[in-house]
Write a new protein. Structure first.
Length: 133
């Protein structure tokens, strides 16, 4: 890839060329560059840019908002309970850390029992295959 064409990152953000004197890769995320131009200064390491509509490609100045590190990680996302499907909001860091979420302690225990039964069934099938094969 040459350093003159924008591209979309794996996370869905647009990276634009800024030159190697500004960035080791020669690229910068477009939403950060737009915010820097709005502020008239470079962003600090603890400043994050959030989009009001959540669309990673909508980098219009009216859609961007500057937030602190703490506010960025406090953001909550809707997740569904792995047992009943009830939707609740959890911190983004927790939503990304755990694959399955539960609305109550009882549902969490039920989910753990279900996963244990599935695990033991797979182990039993695996043993049976080796005994007969």
């Amino acid at each position: 890839m040459n350093v003159s064409s924008p591209y979309i990152t794996n996370e869905g953000y647009r990276a634009v060329p800024v030159g190697r004197q500004r960035s080791a890769s020669g690229y910068m995320l477009e939403h950060r560059l737009v915010m820097e131009r709005l502020l008239g200064r470079r962003l600090r390491c603890y400043e994050y840019v959030r989009r009001k509509d959540g669309n990673p490609l909508n980098n219009t100045p009216s859609n961007l908002r500057l937030v602190s590190y703490a506010a960025h990680w406090r953001r909550q996302l809707p997740v569904a309970c792995g047992i009943c499907g009830q939707v609740k909001r959890v911190k983004m860091s927790r939503a990304k850390r755990y694959k399955t979420h539960y609305c109550s302690h009882a549902h969490r225990l039920e989910g753990m029992r279900l996963r244990a039964r599935q695990y033991h069934a797979v182990q039993r099938d695996h043993r049976e295959e080796h005994e007969h094969g």
